[in-house]
Design a protein around this ligand. Structure first.
Ligand code: SAM
Length: 215
């Protein structure tokens, strides 16, 4: 995603208590930060944050962490959170590549990936957040009954992701190539990208996956 640099965003993130600067120190004890043991959900590549802020507002009985590697995107999520002041939402300005350094085994109950960068060139396939290598990372931090949900308008990335999930030993428990006209649409929260692409007439794909052998 090409983003215009937002002047002052790095400094604003640095100064905010909603952005956790030392996530490694919370590994295995995020519940201490939230002050409760509610289930933890993580959105990776949250962009401007509409999805995770809306979800956190709807589910005060769950905890949320949004991960975004670019300050110029995360600053928009931070502004939303500064207005809402939700006690169940924090952000990391980090690269998801290091996910297993931030979360202990089984610490995360739900992972959301929304409109992840497609990295269309074959030689960049390993960078896709739904490559086998990433599914293996997610398996390390997800609880045994944990789930991953992935949405995209990119049909070839979606088909690639279905295959990679299988290769990584996951079960795809539900999927659709047209979310907004499917039963999976119930309770759907649109992301910024989803609003844009569906307004242009693109169908949205969604899959739900969990590790094999888990209910
Ligand atoms: N999820 C948002 C939405 O649906 O509107 C944003 C989608 S945008 C195409 C993808 C976002 O993922 C970008 O903001 C990008 O910076 C972020 N991203 C990509 N790779 C990442 C990584 N390895 N770690 C953290 N964020 C990442």
């Amino acid at each position: 995603m090409r983003l215009r640099n937002v002047r002052g965003s790095k400094e604003a993130l640095e100064a905010s208590a909603y952005v956790i600067k030392n996530p490694m120190e919370y590994k295995g004890r995020w519940s201490e930060l939230f002050g409760n043991s509610y289930p933890l959900s993580v959105e990776i590549g949250m962009g401007k944050g509409k999805f995770i802020t809306s979800l956190a507002k709807q589910h005060l009985e769950r905890n949320y962490i949004g991960i975004e590697k670019f300050s110029s995107a995360l600053i928009y999520g931070l502004r939303k959170q500064e207005e809402l002041a939700l006690l169940n939402l924090f952000f990391l300005r980090e690269d998801a590549e290091n996910l297993t350094e931030f979360f202990a085994e089984g610490e995360v109950e739900q992972i959301y990936l929304n409109f992840s960068d497609p990295w269309p060139k074959e030689r960049h396939a390993k960078r896709r957040l739904t490559s086998k290598k990433y599914f293996e990372r997610y398996a390390q931090v997800l609880a045994p009954n944990g789930r991953l949900e992935f949405k995209t308008d990119n049909r070839s990335l979606f088909e690639f992701s279905l295959k990679e999930a299988e290769l990584a030993g996951w079960d795809v428990v539900n999927y659709t190539f047209d979310l907004h006209h499917s039963k999976m649409a119930e309770g759907n929260i649109m992301t910024e990208y989803e609003e844009k692409f569906s307004a242009e007439g693109n169908p949205i794909c969604k899959m739900v996956a969990r590790q094999k052998g888990n209910t």
